[in-house]
Unconditional design. Sequence first.
Length: 438
Amino acid sequence: MKEYPYWWDTVPELARPATPPASFTGLPARVDVAIVGAGYTGLAAARQCARAGASVVVLEREHVGWGASSRNGGQVLTGMKVDPAELVSRFGETGARRLFDLSLDAIDALERVIADEAIACDYQRTGHLQAAVKPSHFQAFRLEQALLARVFDHRVELVSREGQRAELGTDAYHGLLVDERSGALNPAKYAAGLASAARRAGATIAEHTAVDRLSRVVSTTGTGRWTVATSSGEGKVEIDAGDVLIATNGYTNGAAPALRRRFVPIGSYIIATEPLAAADAASILPRGRMAFDSKNFLYYWRLTADRRLLFGGRAEFARPTPDTTRRAASILREGLARVFPQVASAGIAYGWGGNVAFTRDQMPRAGRLGEAYYAGGYCGHGIAMATCLGTLIAHRMAGETIDHPLVDDRFAAIPLYDGRPWFLPLVGAYYRVRDWLE
């Protein structure tokens, strides 16, 4: 089993092992905007800032898309992590409708970027399905279908257990909710394409260049600028920047301690089979949709262009390491065999993990914290929303007024939290009990 993302082998420039280039060659000494992190957020922001005429450098400790942007399942989903009923409970019907519509707008914006930049990332509007783990969950789907129609003017279809084989090749579930609006892509190809678009716009992307320290310097005239201390194999270099955007999401470290107290990194893991026979692949997802189930500790799955089954979930709450990745791969393989016994004997070719960034209320955020800008906390719904918020925060950095409920400087730290999620075992136990009881 290869212990890195399957997607990396589909993008030649991400192939392993990577040899770090001479990253300080051509690194600018002074820029308008320094962006930390070359994932979707940082790359989308870099593209927009550079298109607006700013000088931009993106600083990436590893390679383009190394974090969640090339480790996710490639599911472009409608809605937020918070379900529609909870959105209404928190924000009222009008606020909930606006947030849900913004998730659809983010998908539209993603599609425009892909089309405008001619990014070959295998994007398709496949739709998604959610599988009911228990009969009571399917009854909850009926309530959600009615709520989505009444409040959100969004149509989804229900498929009973008796008819679900037309959509999903298993009897492990008790009916489906199908949403035609969602999509799918190859996440690593999208990250690479977005990086190319940012470079064409004029941004500099420095890979294998870590940011060690961010310091705000205010002159005697009251004008503030940033000193960005970086390091690579060649040594240390400081960059003078007018603005800084921290776009590190689930990989935020001690260089941004205030933001680290607001994002909780949670491990998510995926396995990928060897290519399946065409008949077996067609039996699993006859219509090629993105899929996930209704547990709190959910499984999610999809087919790739070369007919591999990707099967993922929160199999381990611990930070991804070789040991946790192997344990998670074993857990996921057992889950795959239960859900799809027809391919239980398929070889597992890849197993990997990555960090998903959660916020306390499970809503993404963008804004300014202190004097630094940030965007993140996508809670596993980041492909379209990261592209959207990265672009929006770039507009905000250019001085534009942004009317968006997720772009707001009010972002409280999590009490008793310093960036090390000591409470995750307790959270994990809580959700396991909920999955058992509900």
